[in-house]
Write a protein that binds this ligand. Structure first.
Ligand code: NI
Length: 515
């Protein structure tokens, strides 16, 4: 695979448009699409968030039963329209149910395997991940592109699809409605094959084959076995379609749909000039609009992170650090109000996929003096990823946060706390775990969370919580009041640990246990 060196390149902001207009609307929106490519080294596009995202927030469900053997991390959007929300909740709920069924089956098979062989059944596990991009948003329409990641063995699948909603009626709009030409699928099939054939040929490096005949044979079989079936002109094969403002129609294919798994999700870009005639008149008229990006949150200057509370000396005072993972979410704003009202600081280990949607919340956190940490892009178990994939998870998130706030997050918390020495070295940043864990994802009960944290807090404690659960947010006023009454000061993780002890590649839970 070609190695494009993308991470050192300046982050580049792009506004992309998905066309989905059926009826004649004056549509003037800017939107984005973050490209997924066959190569994880490919450049990731990040973008300015349009004001039209205001009412779009994320919801998340996480599960990590049986000592992290069965992992679920699902996030999906909510909007101002309850009909859309019901549809999205049902979509997420189907995925979650599937995870529950699959992991129950695997659990049973594993138990049988252990009984029969006496081995530990280490290969039996399941990891499910649902995340999304806002592909388009204006006052009238919103489009989401979802990726479903499923891993039940040594390798995972990624399934990608785009859903469009009418924001006024809440109705889902089929992708086929974008096209006027009844043969649009045949045309898309033809054009994507042309592009993919070229890629296959250029990926067949002469030096890797004994002869030209062998090379030709390999190319031929790649085309007939992978590309052709995956690009048959059916709606199923073309379930993720986006139009971008750079003048391309982007078509996303699932991992394994048109190429081997090493290509990942494959995106084909077709110049709009070649497909213009396929679209409905209303959609076509849009191409003539000179779409300017809206000024977004990231255009704001870097934030002053000075806080009113002043410095706390943790070598003298009893300090604890509250940490919140997996957000920002629909509940984060309420949490910020609670923390601000009590004039305390905390550390938020955010996910790139959620930060991208709720950029304003990231700014609000920074304005409120909170520390932002990096919880990776989309919450995969880093110990199961390659070094390149780990770097991608960490850097892509750090790049985004730096774009939004002007400063780069220093600390990394690995999803599920899954870490080993090699992974920590690959992360190449201070790795922060915790030493007080109310398991708020398991016990979604505010009273229980409060009593667990209060009873287990000690000077130097790093408390794990998640701002994706309403019960957790509701527990905070009580926790803060009780610990403050006991003489504790709340600080960020960086303040708690202290400058000299923040070492790249070092796992900080070991340090915090000594406190
Ligand atoms: Ni997490």
């Amino acid at each position: 695979m070609k190695k494009q060196k993308a991470r050192s390149a300046p982050l580049y902001l792009t506004i992309v448009v998905l066309i989905m207009v059926l009826i004649s609307v004056v549509l003037f929106g800017s939107l984005q699409f973050s490209t997924t490519d066959r190569d994880i080294h490919a450049e990731h596009k990040e973008y300015v968030i349009p004001s039209k995202y205001e009412n779009i927030h994320t919801k998340t469900v996480e599960d990590q039963s049986d000592e992290k053997r069965y992992l679920l991390h699902a996030s999906w959007p909510t909007t101002e329209n309850e009909t859309i929300n019901t549809s999205l909740d049902a979509f997420a709920s189907d995925f979650i149910s599937e995870f529950e069924e699959v992991s129950a089956d695997i659990k049973q098979s594993r138990e049988e395997y252990i009984r029969e062989t006496g081995n530990d059944g280490v290969t039996f596990h399941a990891s499910y991940n649902l995340h999304f991009d806002v592909s388009f948003a204006n006052d009238d329409y919103v489009a989401f592109t979802f990726t479903k990641h499923r891993n039940t063995g040594n390798t995972g699948t990624d399934e990608i699809s785009t859903v469009i909603y009418d924001r006024n009626t809440g109705e889902e709009i089929p992708l086929s409605s974008l096209f006027a030409d009844p043969n649009y699928l045949e045309r898309l099939s033809e054009l994507t094959r042309r592009d993919l054939y070229e890629r296959v040929e250029s990926s067949a490096d002469e030096s890797e084959f004994d002869s030209e005949d062998q090379r030709k044979e390999w190319i031929k079989s790649f085309k007939t076995v992978m590309v052709d079936p995956g690009t048959e002109p059916t709606e199923d094969n073309f379930s993720s379609i986006v139009i971008n403002s750079e003048g391309f129609l982007e078509i996303n294919f699932d991992k394994y749909q048109v190429a081997p798994g090493t290509w990942g999700v494959v995106t084909v870009q077709i110049p709009l000039s070649e497909v213009r005639d396929l679209f409905s008149e209303e959609v076509r008229s849009l191409f003539d609009l000179n779409i300017e990006p809206e000024k977004g949150a990231s255009a704001q200057p870097p934030i002053n992170t000075e806080t009113p509370s002043g410095k706390v000396d943790c070598s003298v005072e009893k300090c604890v650090a509250l940490t919140f993972d997996d957000g920002p979410s629909a509940y984060t704003a309420e949490l910020i109000s609670i923390l601000s009202e009590k004039r305390i600081k905390a550390t938020f280990f955010v996910l790139g996929i959620n930060a991208r949607i709720q950029q304003q919340t990231i700014l609000d956190l920074t304005h409120a003096g909170m520390e932002i940490g990096n919880h990776t892009w989309d919450h995969k178990d880093l110990t199961k990823l390659s070094i390149d994939e780990i770097n991608d998870q960490v850097n892509r998130t750090a790049d985004l946060i730096e774009t939004i706030t002007g400063s780069r997050p220093e600390l990394v918390r690995p999803p599920y706390g899954a870490i080993n020495e090699a992974t920590a070295i690959a992360i190449n940043a201070p790795v922060v775990l915790w030493n007080v864990d109310p398991e708020d994802w398991r016990y979604q009960n505010s009273e229980y969370i409060t009593s667990h944290v209060v009873e287990n807090a000690k000077p130097g404690a790093i408390i794990l919580a998640h701002d994706i659960y309403e019960t957790t947010v509701k527990a905070m006023p009580g926790i803060i009041d009780e610990l403050q009454a006991a003489g504790y000061r709340f600080v960020t993780v960086s303040e708690l640990v202290g400058e000299g002890r923040l070492v790249d590649g070092k796992i900080l839970s070991y340090i915090s246990k000594d406190f």
